[in-house]
Design a protein around this ligand. Structure first.
Ligand SMILES: Nc1ncnc2c1ncn2[C@@H]1O[C@H](COP(=O)(O)OP(=O)(O)OP(=O)(O)O)[C@@H](O)[C@H]1O
Ligand SMILES: [Mg+2]
Length: 249
């Protein structure tokens, strides 16, 4: 496939923190519309890899391309402008604001500091419509008026996805969307991710291989910063290395 047909293409990407190679020579190519899970044990380098893709951290070596454009040295906001959005492993919401207000801030790309100057947010009907559409996509439409504090943990994680969707991304990075959720909430989350617009490319970090394989067909396994397996459910499960170090078999 020609290089500019990939939604995301990493070549030989590494990140060193002092003497530690948290990400070590990773190659990854994701097709538009693909749903891929990134799995691996604690400290494997999954979140660091997301930070490199989104531009929160600079790479030590290698190149990153988004939709055919080299963004290796591009700032995070430029990558966002090309259609990249992400969620974080740790909740990143404003607890005293309502669900709709959180979402409007994301639509407007505002920081909470600027919020005071922009109140009332609902004076912007077009942006409010976009925010409400994003809430509907994650089944939170009827919770728009609740404050974040009033939401369950599962609903808060759904809201984080709505915030990422608010900018109409083409590539969505989800860092452990089921972290801390009950089995029932995890199932709701899995369904929600599966129902997202099929045009959106999704790269998803998941701890639990079974949950990952409920959502996606294609898995990349990281271990000590390296890709040790990459393929379909059956291919990854058949890898002796994966069985040994990831599944503890
Ligand atoms: N900013 C940093 N400075 C120094 N070391 C870091 C930094 N961020 C991550 N690390 C280290 O890099 C390694 C990979 O961490 P990372 O958070 O990417 O792993 P992870 O796969 O997301 O793990 P988890 O499943 O626990 O979320 C770890 O050894 C971690 O301690
Ligand atoms: Mg992590």
């Amino acid at each position: 496939m020609p290089a500019d047909d990939w939604a995301l293409e990493l070549r030989d990407v590494s990140k060193a923190f002092g003497g530690l190679r948290a990400v070590d020579g990773v190659a990854l190519a994701v097709r538009p519309g693909e749903r891929r899970a990134l799995i691996g044990p604690n400290g494997a380098g999954k979140t660091t890899l997301f930070n490199l893709i989104s531009g929160e951290l600079p790479v030590t070596t290698g190149t990153i391309a988004l939709f055919g454009q080299d963004v290796t040295r591009a700032a995070a906001h430029r990558r966002a402008a090309l259609g990249l959005a992400r969620t974080f492993q740790i909740t990143n919401l404003f607890p005293s604001l309502t669900v709709l207000e959180n979402c409007l801030l994301a639509v407007q790309g505002l920081s909470p500091v600027k919020l005071a100057m922009h109140r009332p947010l609902t004076r912007y009907p077009r942006q409010e419509a976009r925010a409400r559409a994003a809430l509907d996509e994650v089944a939170l439409g009827d919770r728009a008026g609740a404050t974040v504090k009033q939401l369950s943990h599962g609903e808060q994680r759904q809201l984080e996805i709505a915030l990422a969707l608010a900018g109409s991304p083409r590539l969505l990075l989800l860092d452990e969307p089921t972290a801390g959720l009950s089995p029932g909430e995890s199932k709701t989350m899995a369904e929600l991710v599966k129902r997202l617009d099929p045009a959106i490319t999704v790269l998803l970090i998941e701890h639990d291989m079974d949950i990952a394989l409920e959502i996606v067909r294609h898995v990349t396994v990281l271990h000590y910063g390296r890709v040790i397996a990459d393929g379909t459910r059956d291919e990854v499960r058949a890898s002796p290395l994966v069985r040994e170090i990831y599944l503890g078999a």
